[in-house]
Design a protein around this ligand. Structure first.
Ligand code: PEP
Ligand code: MG
Length: 324
């Protein structure tokens, strides 16, 4: 099978009825780009920049970050690279920030909340990204956006830094797309409002599932409630995709669900434009998609949206699409 998949390395990702989607890889470090390219990735759909900040004793400098972002952009040779700004907090701690312990870290001071409050740190990262933007096809994405106001704030800080850099004679690309992670239910529900203002969405199902079903993604005892195929999740995803398309924007997914063989047929049917997954899943997903029909998956997706439970959806996809 691996051998058959390898033939698809330099192919586009196209369904039987000629509908094209993009398959990207998720990375944590510049070294991970190699794996994405070797596995036929068409983009980096998520660069988790947290790893630049973790496992050390102080914040990375602007120069260090610039070098990392530049390396990733150059190695991707003009292919899209979605860089997510710092998403620390929750399960990812930075001891040197010396933040107080929280009762509910996943509901607490994390990601964009922390960045909008600790602005020096945020601005340093944004400057490094803006400076690197001329080396490839950069897209900047803000994590954990819960309200439109957070998006406005983050975007205006980004534009302030861009203006300042340009005033000092530093080149910045004028084609940087700016998007958000949709991983909080409020944002998925209000997707039509966000869609008017962002360039793209990327659905973060790892968090969206835990917040929608109120089931901690790290807690074994409630893992039975962590249900990617729950129609509640599928309906939220549909709402996000429809809102984006109404406003002419593209939608990706960078949570684990994007590389899942049960979810892929449904996501294809719902109209997802970009799937970003671990590099080792890309060729398998391309092979699966090449054997599906978009129009059949549309019918399948409509059907699962009316179902009652995750189990029902999973059994239906397994028997009708995966034939087992
Ligand atoms: C997600 O929440 O789906 C996501 C991709 O982000 P992370 O797993 O880094 O929280
Ligand atoms: Mg997340």
């Amino acid at each position: 099978q691996r051998k058959e998949w390898a033939k698809l390395k330099n192919e586009k990702t196209v369904t039987m009825d000629s509908h094209q989607v993009e398959l990207g890889g998720n990375i944590g470090t510049p070294q991970d780009v190699k794996g994405v390219l070797e596995n036929g990735g068409e983009a980096v759909g998520l660069y988790r920049t947290e790893f630049l900040y973790m496992g050390r004793s102080q914040l990375p400098t602007e120069e260090e970050q610039f070098q990392a972002y530049k390396t990733v952009l150059e190695s991707m040779e003009g292919k899209p690279v979605v860089v997510r700004t710092l998403d620390i907090g929750g399960d990812k701690e930075l001891p040197y920030l010396d933040l107080p312990k929280e009762m509910n870290p996943f509901l607490g001071f994390r990601a964009i909340r922390l960045c909008l409050s600790m602005q020096d740190m945020f601005r340093t990262q944004l400057r490094a990204l803006l400076r690197a933007s001329t080396y490839g096809n950069l897209k900047i994405m803000f994590p954990m956006i819960a309200t439109i106001d957070e998006y406005h704030q983050a975007k205006s800080i980004l534009f302030e830094e861009k203006k300042q850099l340009q005033e000092t004679g530093i080149q910045v690309s004028n084609n940087i797309e700016i998007g958000i992670m949709v991983e909080i239910p409020s944002t998925a529900v209000m997707a039509d409002v966000f869609a008017k203002e962002v360039d793209f969405f990327s659905i973060g199902t790892n968090d969206l599932i835990q917040y929608t079903l109120a089931a901690d993604r790290m807690n074994e005892r409630v893992s039975y409630l962590y249900q990617p195929y729950n129609p509640a999740i599928l309906r939220l995803i549909k709402n996000v995709i429809d809102a984006a398309h109404t406003h002419g924007k593209w939608v990706g997914m960078c949570g684990e669900m994007a590389g899942d063989e049960v979810a892929i047929p449904i996501l294809l049917g719902l109209g997802l434009d970009e799937f970003s997954m671990s590099a080792t899943s890309i060729l398998k997903a391309r092979s699966q998609i090449s054997m599906l029909s978009r129009s059949d998956m549309k019918t399948i997706a409509e059907k699962v949206l009316t179902m009652q439970s995750s189990e029902e959806v999973q059994a239906f996809i397994k028997s009708t699409v995966l034939n087992r």
